[in-house]
Ligand binder design. Structure first.
Ligand SMILES: [Zn+2]
Length: 532
């Protein structure tokens, strides 16, 4: 079994990971407060800890890992957004959760096992707060319930600071009813126009920190394995979670491994709206940067180092991924990723090293291992490659003249002039270009090799999606084009080797002839409608 080692913030050491129960490895990640699109910094822990989730599933078994990531759907920022826009709170939170799913799915992040919403766990929070009051760790003052930090001697241990140091360094909210400036809110009163629930302390709403303590307890138990989040949450959020949970469930120990990812910058600067370098994940997706490319850029930096998002890195990542998709188009992944690759991931999630190894496999033409590694870190998935298919002809290394001739041929077909389209088809084939007609468009490939890779990859995707008819149709087309293709229960695969297909040495001559003919055909066709 792969030995995982993780850097535990609590001990400041890289430690062997030993789960409490290997049959149910449990992990919690602090999720978003849902009032706006997730920005690039918010998405970093999602991608980083998705890799950890995938690694744990690989090592302990898919059904033996429970991953919880919450939605904070009661918060003063949400209330403020509702007041500013005049919209209903529920509308805002529902819409934001749907956006979040859309954007994180695009980054290839698996959905966690549970995604609890805070408002569904108010009862558990009230019970926990009652317990803290009963044990003398919390007190009621002016409709608020506050946690008494001086009642928990280990407060500050995670960040390695004493309460007095923290007071000196933090912006603490001073309130006359607090016994100590570091005491934090567990429950606060709500006016009639704010969301509120009945409680022993009157109508009110929970503080932010108690949400994670209550939800992790309900779904993972009093003690679990991993608690993760951005380094910005270490203090005060995670200190407060530990204080609440350890005082409510003495002796449980709460989470055993604390993992924190470093922050993200954009083009070397802190992301800020005033600098114009503030991006949500959606902004980048809308600019046409595929989610897979964004994920790749994240994985290039180790999670414990600050990362810099740059447009240049995205361009480089796109080029690399295009190459990898192309190499992997017609292969099946090897049964397991190579040991050296697993070892890199198991070594405190060394994703930069993992990508270096993938580059090596790509260079060696070792597509089966490349694909197996890709799947393990959420890259090169069939669904993610759709952006690659969308990038038509030229990206497959084709001749632009083929594209031109094919377009004219398509127009001839659309006009019902099959005599002309067949003439062009014949000329293309004479040049050694393989023509592949399928509804509603046709494609032509300079090298039969490219046709084979393209069509076979389509057939395999259809097979994997359970669409046997579509897969068989593609296989039949390939067979009619002269390729030997086998089809068994594992899906279609090529018998004709890629190196057996040769490219005509009179290509240039033939291509010029075909192009001239296409230009003549174009003149005989009706002019294209012009929108401009
Ligand atoms: Zn949390």
């Amino acid at each position: 079994m792969t030995d995982i080692r993780l850097t535990n913030t609590r001990t400041r050491k890289k430690e062997p990971f030993v789960p409490l129960d290997p049959a149910n490895v449990r992990m919690y990640l602090c999720g978003p407060t849902v009032y706006d699109r997730a920005h690039m910094g918010n998405a970093r822990p999602v991608v980083v800890f998705d890799v950890l989730f995938r690694l744990l599933r690989h090592v302990y078994g898919t059904d033996h890992v429970t991953y919880v990531r919450n939605f904070t759907d009661v918060d003063d920022k949400i209330n403020a957004r509702a007041a500013a826009t005049g919209r209903d709170i529920r509308d805002i939170t529902e819409e934001t959760i749907a956006w979040y799913h859309e954007d994180m799915d695009a980054l290839g992040a698996l959905r966690p096992t549970h995604e609890p919403r805070a408002t569904d766990y108010i009862g558990a929070m009230i019970t926990m707060i009652e317990g803290l009051v009963a044990r003398g760790h919390a007190y009621v003052a002016e409709g608020h319930v506050l946690f008494d930090v001086r009642s928990y001697p280990d407060y500050g241990r995670l960040s390695g600071r004493s309460v007095d140091d923290m007071i000196a360094g933090a912006r603490v909210e001073v309130a006359p009813f607090k016994r100590d400036p570091m005491d934090f809110v567990l429950w606060k009163p709500s006016d009639a126009d704010l969301p509120g629930w009945d409680s022993p302390w009157g109508r009110g709403r929970p503080g932010w920190h108690i949400e994670c303590s209550a939800m992790s307890h309900e779904l993972l138990g009093a003690a679990f394995d991993i608690h993760a989040g951005g380094i910005d949450l270490q203090f005060p959020h995670h200190e407060n979670e530990i204080a609440q949970s350890c005082c409510a469930h003495p002796g449980s120990g709460f989470a055993r491994y604390w993992l924190h990812n470093e922050m993200l910058q954009v083009e070397g600067k802190k992301m800020s709206k005033s600098l114009g370098n503030f991006f949500t994940v959606r902004d980048l997706l809308d600019q046409g940067i595929p989610g897979e490319v964004i994920r790749f850029v994240y994985l290039q930096t180790h999670y414990r180092k600050p990362m810099d998002w740059t447009a240049e890195k995205a361009r480089e990542a796109e080029k690399t991924l295009q190459k990898w998709h192309y190499i992997c188009m017609t292969v099946r992944p090897s049964r397991s990723a190579p040991t050296e690759f697993l070892d890199a991931l198991a070594d405190d999630l060394n994703t930069p090293q993992a990508l270096t190894l993938m580059r090596k496999y790509a260079k060696q033409g070792n597509a089966a291992d490349l694909l197996a590694c890709g799947h393990l870190v959420g890259l090169l998935e069939p669904s993610m490659g759709l952006w690659f298919d969308r990038n038509d002809h030229l990206k497959l290394g084709e001749d632009p003249r083929i594209f031109e001739i094919t377009s004219v041929r398509e127009r001839a077909r659309a006009a019902g002039r099959f005599d002309l389209s067949d003439k062009l088809r014949k000329l293309l084939i004479e040049s050694g270009v393989a023509v592949f007609d399928h509804k509603p468009t046709s494609r032509a490939f300079k090298e039969p090799d490219a046709l084979l890779r393209y069509a076979l990859s389509g057939a395999n995707k259809a097979w994997e999606a359970g669409d046997k008819l579509a897969a068989e149709a593609s296989v039949n087309l390939l067979r009619s084009a002269g390729f030997q293709i086998s089809l068994d229960e594992d899906g279609p695969s090529a018998i004709t080797g890629f190196d057996e297909v040769k490219f005509d040495k009179h290509y240039e001559e033939h291509m010029e002839k075909a192009l001239l003919e296409a230009q003549r055909v174009e003149e005989t066709l009706e002019p294209e409608a012009d929108d401009t």
